[in-house]
Design a protein around this ligand. Sequence first.
Ligand SMILES: C[S@@+](CC[C@H](N)C(=O)[O-])C[C@H]1O[C@@H](n2cnc3c(N)ncnc32)[C@H](O)[C@@H]1O
Length: 266
Amino acid sequence: MKISYQETTNDLLTRINIHDAYGSRDIDKWMLEVLPLEPGMSILDVGCGAGKQCFSYLAHLNGKATITGTDISDKLMAKAQEENKKLGDRVTFQKMDFNQEFPFPQETFDLVSCSFAIYYAEDIPFTIKEMHRVLKPGGHLFTTGPMPENKQMFYDIIREATGRVIPPMPGSSRYASEILDAIKAEFSQVDVHVFENPLTFPEVKPFIDYTRASLSEDRLLWNTFFQTKADFEQIMAEITAVAEKWFARDGKLVMTKVVGGILAKK
Ligand SMILES: C[S@@+](CC[C@H](N)C(=O)[O-])C[C@H]1O[C@@H](n2cnc3c(N)ncnc32)[C@H](O)[C@@H]1O
């Protein structure tokens, strides 16, 4: 399947900030608990975006790790580099398309991580095989992605507002099935960890901001749903009206993020 997708810097950072502000749990902390991180490790982060996970690993290991972050987006990599400079250039950022052979020899890394990105791969088994190839024997792959029940409220409000079912993001439909299967085919030991984070919105606006930052990205993927900017604004107005109705009824809006973390050992 060919997916034309490019995360925009602002949309990604808007969603990250909203998770931080309204979520009750910290996903970065959860990752650090689940991951077998040890000082001296060599880590590759695939689809690193603005470098969130790279910097989290670096801080957790007190700088005692060799960390390489890779992504296809020049804009997000520039953001990552900006932060990297402030931290003394401790992470290596390198442009890489995960649909191509990875530019690393086999058995290079102790850990390959890939957060909220693997489901954009054109050929999942190919990308998983590349991750496996660059891992040392005994090394780990860790990928995160949305589980099928992720942010149910978001889909319910959109369905009520539009009378249509928005196609789920490729992540939601592929993560717990196709991606898990591809990892099981390649790795000897595979565990799935689940992280639940209810985001409680005390007013409608941040939910609408989140929806915009999420749907404007989906618009690129699902152009049959939103064809023009006017369609998009019309749908946003309908979603806002339903969200306001739900808010008046319940006194808050709660959207629960349900994230899976697949941890596999080579
Ligand atoms: C939702 S973002 C996640 C970024 C980061 N891991 C985080 O959690 O903040 C998805 C990332 O996948 C990247 N991506 C999409 N297609 C890619 C490809 N073909 N090769 C490498 N990265 C890609 C995007 O540029 C984006 O940075």
